[in-house]
Design a protein around this ligand. Structure first.
Ligand code: COA
Length: 141
């Protein structure tokens, strides 16, 4: 299993993966729009785990010069508990470190106990901050 940057030919499989793992995603999480915007960002922080052209996992990362973020980590149900989620996170950490990124944040839904357990197993810890969300609706071009 290779972890590499996203390519345009991965698109259909990635949309299928996200539709399975994050069903009914709308707004900024709608898969096609999310892929398009990340590709336009052109920062090479968009990774898939692939085996001979078959996508088994994916993750988005970001770095704005202040801190790094990790988003939408997903492994296909049939490939879980084999260390692939861990490899994807470690790949993001190494990529951000190479860019000089000093800190990595991520958010998970508070009720998602399994994913909390996953990140804790990797050495992440929760921090007592409130996450704010702008309430105006953005009209995307
Ligand atoms: C979270 C996710 C990416 C983990 O992927 P994975 O490839 O199964 O993870 P790993 O095999 O690297 O797991 C490493 C460790 O994390 C912990 N862990 C993983 N899944 C777990 C679960 N469902 N419950 C409890 N602990 C879990 C275990 O300690 C595991 O080690 P072990 O298998 O030796 O016990 C995967 O379950 C997934 O895609 N979930 C749905 C998507 C999601 O909610 N993503 C988060 C949004 S950012």
């Amino acid at each position: 299993m290779e972890i590499r940057t996203y390519r345009s030919e991965d698109r259909d499989q990635l949309v299928a993966l996200w539709d399975t793992v994050f069903p009914n995603s709308t707004g900024h999480n709608e898969p096609n729009g999310a892929i398009e915007r990340k590709v336009l960002a052109a920062d090479s922080l968009f990774f898939v785990a692939a085996d001979a052209g078959t996508i088994a996992g994916a993750v988005i990362a970001g770095y704005d010069g202040h801190r790094g973020w990790l988003y939408s980590l997903a492994v296909t149900p049939g490939n879980r508990r084999q260390g692939l989620g861990t490899r994807l996170v470690r790949h993001v950490e190494a990529s951000l470190e190479r860019l000089g990124c000093p800190k990595l944040n991520l958010q998970v839904r508070a009720e998602n106990a399994e994913v909390v357990a996953f990140y804790e197993s990797l050495g992440f810890a929760t921090s007592a901050v409130l996450s704010f969300l702008e309430q105006r609706v953005r009209v995307l071009p």
